[in-house]
Design a protein around this ligand. Structure first.
Ligand SMILES: Cc1ncc(C[n+]2csc(CCO)c2C)c(N)n1
Length: 215
């Protein structure tokens, strides 16, 4: 298996975990839990404040200038957040005042994981950064393809957004990873896969924590 095939295998194996995730299950059922959505958006803003500058650094390390990857610099994901916020506003705008302003555990854990990966070197760092685009691109595409999210689902625009924008992003990111993987030894490759695997788990925890925070 090539390095990228192993990445894909990790993602495929993780898919059932995402499909059982309470946040994703709400989406699939078209259920709107306003508080969970406001919490997700709030935590995601915290996450992106730290992640996006790191993402830029990760790309700089390898002189990556692909347009599809660079377009995310400084983009706080306003568009997808507004899609979820609209659903929450229609359902229960008062829920917004009840969300916690603290950094939740998966937000902290995920960001720490990426920062620890950065300490381990450029290659491991890049692997840990890859889960963010890969999970959203893969999961959202799969759920639309399989008919789990159809056009009449209120979350359809959100799923379609990531499916649409991240197809090329994932392709470009994987190309860079494959090129870099060829330059490192088997031990580093395996540590890179572990860093990616752990980041994928944090993506799932990140969704779930928004729902688990229900009072
Ligand atoms: C926790 C979390 N993970 C992934 C994304 C999606 N996302 C954020 S930036 C970006 C492009 C660069 O990786 C993508 C796909 C998110 N919003 N929140």
């Amino acid at each position: 298996m090539t390095f990228i095939e192993q990445f894909k295998k990790i993602m495929q194996d993780a898919l059932p975990t995402f499909l059982e995730n309470p946040f994703i299950k709400d989406c699939e059922a078209g259920r709107v839990d306003a508080r969970a959505l406001y919490t997700y958006i709030y935590q995601d803003n915290i996450y992106l404040d730290v992640y996006l500058p790191l993402f830029s650094k990760g790309l700089d390390n390898f002189d990556i200038n692909s347009e599809s990857l660079r377009q995310f610099e400084g983009d706080q994901e306003t568009e997808p957040h507004l899609m979820l916020q609209k659903l929450a506003d229609q359902k229960d705008p008062a829920a917004k005042k009840t969300i916690t302003k603290e950094w939740l555990p998966a937000t902290i854990g995920y960001l720490k994981h990426i920062q620890n990966s950065q300490q381990e070197g450029d290659f491991i760092f890049l692997c840990s950064l890859a889960a963010c685009p890969y999970v959203y691109g893969y999961l959202n595409e799969k759920m639309i393809e399989s008919g789990q999210i159809t056009e009449d689902n209120p979350y359809y625009p959100w799923f379609d957004f990531y499916k649409g924008t991240d197809g090329q992003l994932t392709v470009d990111f994987m190309k860079v990873l494959e090129e870099q993987a060829e330059k490192v030894d088997a031990d580093l490759q395996s540590r890179g896969l572990t860093a990616f695997y752990q980041a994928v788990q944090f993506e799932s925890d990140f969704f779930a924590q928004a729902v688990e925070d229900r009072a």
